[in-house]
Design a protein around this ligand. Structure first.
Ligand code: MG
Length: 254
């Protein structure tokens, strides 16, 4: 092959490749099941694969709420801890809440509540609109571990949302931690916790620590003496798409 023939041949191969006539494709070698088809819902409608914990009607999906009340499509916190009957592991939680319209108290005393994953790990609920407190205890904090990245609070009385993506901790057969918990939280659509790795539970009076617990646990809502309201609560189990490796990764030519 002359020099010029080689140049022309290389040019043609390149041109065919760019035009898609001769292409290389990467194949992972993993066979994926088809992702489930769901209806994603809308502002006031849960996704079709969600467990609806409160749709404005009653507390039938909960226990411990004898002194919590329902009116005008919303729950108002009362004495005792409200605990979902269903239990969840890795999950996505949507919950809307509103601080009391009538501003009372300050710091931790103003519309304090909390959304607890597995009944143990608290995302703080607090009226942090023009209300200072310690930063790892303000609204959207992973209580006593990590402040929110920004303060995205709306005014008292206005509805706000949390969208929480929870990866639960893993324990082995002996109860030893083999995988920590991670949490991502959007507050009113804004990222305030970005895949934060938890150090353990979230108590007030001692350092966080992990204690073994079952693979699933309830969502619980805290009563801290304030009439915080909640509505539109749903949870989706988060699980990997089924798959298996059927071959090594390869590049095929078309
Ligand atoms: Mg709290």
């Amino acid at each position: 092959m002359s020099k010029w023939t080689a140049i022309v041949a290389a040019f043609l191969v390149a041109a065919m490749s760019v035009s898609g006539v001769l292409a290389e494709e990467y194949l992972s070698g993993i066979e994926w099941a088809e992702p489930a088809v769901i209806d994603p819902g809308g502002p006031d409608k849960a996704p079709s694969d969600a467990v609806v914990l409160f749709d404005g009607k009653d507390l039938s999906a909960w226990e411990g709420g004898e002194k919590w009340t329902v009116a005008d499509g919303a729950i108002t916190a009362g004495p005792g801890t409200l605990r979902s009957k269903d239990q969840f592991g890795d999950c996505q939680v949507h919950i809307e809440w509103a601080a009391a319209s009538e501003v009372k108290g300050d710091g931790q005393g103003r519309s304090n509540s909390g959304v607890f994953l597995m009944g143990t790990y608290e995302v703080q609920v607090l009226d942090s609109y023009e209300n200072k407190t310690y930063f790892d205890g303000q609204c959207g904090a992973i209580y006593k571990q990590h402040p929110p990245l920004v303060n995205a609070c709306r005014k008292p009385g206005e509805w706000q949302s949390y969208d929480i993506i929870w990866t639960c901790p893993r324990f082995d057969g002996e109860g030893k931690l083999v995988g920590p918990a991670f949490i991502t939280v959007l507050h009113n659509g804004v990222v305030i916790q970005n895949h934060f790795q938890l150090e353990g539970d979230t108590p007030f009076n001692r350092p966080p620590s992990y204690k073994p617990h079952p693979d699933k646990g309830p969502i619980t809502l805290q009563y801290h003496g304030n009439p915080v309201r909640f509505r539109n609560i749903w949870v989706r189990e988060v699980k990997e798409v089924e798959h298996k490796r059927v071959s090594e990764p390869q590049i095929v030519k078309h």
